[in-house]
Design a protein around this ligand. Structure first.
Ligand code: NAD
Ligand code: MG
Length: 330
């Protein structure tokens, strides 16, 4: 494991102009952190786009993406993944200076070849292991979020230095930098969100809720048991792994965990996880998602509506109204 050290600095980018394309969750925090680290940042956004006003209010020079690319020595592509291939063809490909660096926060398009980068540029990746707001708040208090970094193409001999300098500018070197490659970052990121974090967890919650409600228990009780209290468990996992969780739950809960957990998530589940991973690895998922996006998201919209219409959302909205501390965080 590569460890990062405070000796990793922003020096490799000190004379560079950095263009941030996209000013959402990652884009805004990258732009602010890099600027506060003393680097020269401009923001490339469509005039009248959703976030151009925010970037201007934050004090950035905002120009059209193509114009930002022309000026830049490093271009960070931080728009949604499905927007990136067109953005690359329309704004980046013809405008990027030779020897400049093209940086991604997720390897999807390069790894699955929906973007074929020019051969005369560096292509690198820096992926903070946290959402944008945490990348910013940790930086502000003098710490940082660990970052993965990777090199796909190195024409200058400095690609790795640039990636590490960018990660340092985000504050990541104050925590930990881990070297990876585009394949590993892309495939593990997709697997995690599909099998465990988003897909697995939300399906587990919905099925648990349905089981209790169909057995005649009241939805408000079921909501607290299978959704609300999940946060308490996840916080323990986050802080100290399963070890810490086990020390904080009762003996009864532990015994139930040991005998019933494997009845729910068993060897067959693991086989299906492997099938999900295979679809990611062989490009099936990327091909289907790209086709779905191009078709105007017909299935995505249906699936999303089904989640929004699930009874757990209705009772959840009512219960959350009564939890004042949640409303304060909106
Ligand atoms: P986001 O949806 O929060 O923000 C997207 C930004 O792109 C917005 O400013 C939007 O106005 C802009 N945009 C949309 N279409 C555009 C276009 N055609 N031209 C120019 N700008 C356009 O995106 P995000 O979640 O920050 O994701 C950005 C990248 O970071 C993705 O590659 C994602 O996989 C990666 N990433 C995200 C997270 C996360 O926590 N959200 C974590 C790690 C990596
Ligand atoms: Mg689901």
């Amino acid at each position: 494991m590569s460890t990062a050290t405070p000796t990793v600095t922003t020096a490799a980018l000190e004379k560079s102009k950095i263009a941030i394309l996209g000013y959402g969750s990652q884009g805004r925090s990258h732009a602010l952190n890099l600027r506060d680290s003393g680097l020269d940042v401009i923001v490339g956004l469509r005039a009248g786009g959703a976030t151009a006003a925010t970037a201007k209010a934050d004090g950035f020079t905002v120009v059209e993406p193509a114009e930002a690319v022309k000026q830049a020595d490093l271009v960070a592509v931080l728009t949604p993944d499905m927007v990136q291939p067109d953005l690359y063809v329309n704004a980046i490909e013809k405008n990027l200076k030779p020897n400049a660096a093209l940086l991604f926060a997720h390897g999807f398009n390069v790894h699955f070849k929906t973007i074929t980068p020019r051969k005369d540029i560096d292509v690198i990746l820096v992926a903070p292991k946290g959402p944008g707001h945490l990348v910013r708040t940790e930086y502000e208090i003098g710490r940082g979020v660990p970052c993965l970094y990777a090199v796909y193409q190195d024409v200058t001999g400095k690609a790795k230095d640039k990636a590490m300098a960018y990660a340092a500018g985000l504050g990541g070197a104050r925590a930990l930098l881990i070297e990876t490659d585009f394949k590993e970052e892309t495939e593990t990121d997709l697997f995690g969100e599909q099998a465990v974090l988003c897909g697995g967890a939300s399906e587990l919650v919905q099925k648990g809720f349905e089981t209790l409600v169909e057995a005649g228990y009241r939805p408000e009780i079921a909501y607290y048991e299978v959704l609300h209290e999940l946060k308490l468990i996840v916080d323990l996992l986050y802080q100290g792994g399963i070890t810490k969780m086990l020390t904080f739950i009762s003996e009864t809960a532990q015994y139930g965990d040991y005998v019933s957990g494997p009845r729910i998530v068993d060897a067959a589940t693991k086989e299906r996880m492997k099938a999900v991973l295979k679809d990611i690895q062989d490009g099936t998922f990327a091909k289907n998602w790209t086709a779905e996006y191009k078709a105007g998201l017909p299935n995505y919209k249906k699936f999303k509506q089904a989640d929004l219409d699930h009874p757990i959302e209705k009772i959840g909205a009512q219960l959350r109204e009564k939890m004042v501390w949640l409303n304060q965080q909106k």
